[in-house]
Design a protein around this ligand. Structure first.
Ligand SMILES: Nc1nc2c(ncn2[C@@H]2O[C@H](COP(=O)(O)OP(=O)(O)O)[C@@H](O)[C@H]2O)c(=O)[nH]1
Ligand SMILES: [Mg+2]
Length: 280
């Protein structure tokens, strides 16, 4: 039985009782605001008593909401992606996955290891770089991450590279330090090239459910995000928070992580996502 049908069954209550739609949608990680809004619409349209009609209505709402916008022109090379997120969310793995994908598409790629908080962080990215044949700019632990980011940008410019992916730290002595550090990385890059990073993507662990929405709120407010990559959706998580983040913050999800290998990164497709969410 599909994830959605299981939820409907669970919230159906005793015979004759109406489904608690609000609780159901919140359980599906759609967030309180979107759940409330959609339940209102189900009521207005008189659909709350018919799970089949409600599902069709919600499928349509969801597919329209989560569609990704067309890409903006990048201008001068390199296109720059800055990956942001809490520790363990999958940033470094995602940097490698994005690099592998771009390389496969025939683009040249450079990686910037701006997580200088832990020695293992740069080593992890360097190992990926070696495996994938992608050059990496890194520095000794404790080096100013903004300077590593700028060096990676200069290296990518010099070599005429198409895509630069910058990995950052998720852990710092405290959260405030981390947010300050991310802000400094962005400003330092912008001193070199005003329009970079073109993308500031939050990498968030889909297993944390509604935690993705609260992280997105916090990072968006502090450093400004342009989108998300939701990882670890190879397990039981169905990714309802993708809709919640889009509705509340206007941030699209561009990729989904579905495993640990370089090829386990799926470009987000609204139709596939909705089919996976509700079941075929
Ligand atoms: N199952 C699964 N594991 C993932 C995914 N993305 C990352 N991981 C794993 O999550 C752990 C933390 O990833 P890492 O990239 O080091 O996170 P970082 O701290 O944000 O850089 C590693 O064991 C990764 O292999 C994913 O999409 N699915
Ligand atoms: Mg990392």
């Amino acid at each position: 039985m599909s994830f959605w049908n299981q939820l409907v069954d669970r919230f159906r209550g005793d015979a004759g009782e109406e489904i608690n739609w609000e609780a159901l949608l919140i359980e599906a990680d759609l967030g309180v605001r979107l759940a409330t809004e959609w339940v209102e619409e189900l009521k207005e349209n008189g659909l709350t008593r018919s799970p089949e009609k409600a599902e069709l209505f919600l499928r349509d709402k969801m597919v329209k909401l989560v569609r990704i916008p067309p890409p903006l022109p990048i201008g001068k090379k390199p296109e720059v992606i800055l990956l942001i997120g809490v520790n363990g969310s999958g940033k470094t793995t995602t940097a490698a996955k994005l690099g592998a994908r771009a390389k496969q598409e025939g683009r040249t790629v450079h990686l910037g290891a701006a997580d200088t908080f832990r020695a293992a962080a740069a080593e992890q990215l360097e190992a990926w770089g070696e495996r994938l044949g992608i050059p990496v700019t890194s520095a000794a632990p404790g080096t100013d991450p903004a300077s590593v980011a700028v060096r990676s940008l200069l290296a990518a410019q010099e070599t005429g590279t198409d895509l630069l992916i910058i990995d950052t730290a998720g852990r710092q002595a405290n959260k405030r330090n981390l947010l300050l550090e991310l802000g400094k990385i962005k400003r330092s890059l912008q001193k070199k090239v005003e329009v970079v990073p073109h993308h500031s993507w939050l990498v968030a662990d889909g297993m944390t459910g509604s935690g993705v929405l609260s992280q997105a709120r916090e990072f968006h407010e502090a450093v400004g995000l342009t989108g998300l990559i939701v990882t670890k959706l190879d397990g039981s998580a169905k990714g309802g928070m993708v809709a919640a983040v889009r509705a509340e913050l206007g941030l699209p999800t561009y990729y989904l992580g579905r495993g640990e290998r370089p090829e386990d990164l799926k470009r987000f497709e609204a139709k596939d996502f909705v089919e996976n969410f509700f079941g075929d």
